[in-house]
Design a binder for this molecule. Structure first.
Ligand code: G3P
Ligand code: CA
Length: 257
């Protein structure tokens, strides 16, 4: 089946199998309220989003370490304070109709989830520098505090950064947490077991039957990024992947875009 069939085969996947990557970021500016609202409208059961910590300790939903791609200006966002970040325009790069879209903080997204029944479960991705345990613990502590302040919040906390995950497990032992990797490294499953993680998030394009089987046999949830075609989604689902993260969740769901 060709990828052009995506738009004409509505209802292909269940909501619980589809995660809007950075929100519905194919059509909307990534990691903005517009992208998250669209994901919910499209019927995605999940959204994935990136969290960075700013110089003043505030958290912000933002993917890149530096300005320039999704926001004007230059420099490391982690060296800025919230007052300046809050004024950034993170919509115009995607199209003039999104001009004035502002960065949001995780607590706003937690409140958004709680504000209406059935809003997507959130996959938080903690972004922080490898080899800097202090900043990993600092951002994990800040995110854990936000989550603890929102009882009933539905989420999985994920990161490439193992120190951040270890910190989260200590702070929020009951909250599902997942290690993000590209291809499956030989020590990933033992790391997940040792630290009580519930899942592994892999680059779907690098997942094969053998690595999928290893993850599933270990009793771990298997979720994959970033999948935008029906052919690749079907391949992954046949390997036992339970959630695909896509920039175009609308391609896989029954709700018209
Ligand atoms: O959460 C998995 C995926 O989002 C990791 O890659 O670069 O899109 O944040 P990236
Ligand atoms: Ca991410």
């Amino acid at each position: 089946m060709s990828d052009t069939s995506l738009a004409t085969v509505p209802g292909r996947l269940q909501a619980s199998q589809v995660c809007a990557h950075r929100g519905a970021s194919g059509q909307y500016p990534e990691n903005t309220q517009a992208a998250f609202d669209a994901a919910a409208r499209f019927g995605a059961g999940w959204i994935e989003t990136d969290v960075q910590q700013l110089a003043d300790g505030e958290l912000v939903v933002f993917h890149d370490e530096v300005l320039g791609r999704t926001a004007g200006g230059e420099g490391d966002i982690r060296e800025m304070a919230w007052a300046a970040v809050a004024a950034l325009d993170v919509g115009s790069w995607k199209g003039p109709e999104f001009a004035g879209e502002r960065p949001i903080r995780p607590n706003a997204l937690m409140a958004w989830q709680a504000a209406a029944p059935g809003r997507p479960t959130i996959i938080w991705e903690i972004k922080c520098e490898d080899g800097d345990p202090t900043s990993a613990q600092r951002i994990a502590g800040a995110l854990a505090a936000e989550i603890a302040a929102h009882p009933g919040h539905r989420c999985v906390i994920s990161s490439f950064n193992r120190e951040a995950l270890i910190a989260i497990r200590t702070l929020l032992p009951g909250m599902p947490a997942a290690l993000i990797v590209e291809a499956l490294p030989s020590d990933a499953i033992s790391f997940c077991r040792e630290h009580g993680l519930e899942g592994l998030h892999l680059d779907g394009h690098q997942l094969n039957a053998a690595s999928a089987q290893q993850v599933l046999s270990a009793g771990l949830a298997l979720r994959c990024y970033t999948i935008n075609t029906v052919a690749e989604a079907e391949r992954l689902l046949s390997l036992g992947v339970e959630v695909i993260m896509s920039d175009f969740p609308e391609r896989f769901l029954a709700v018209a875009s």
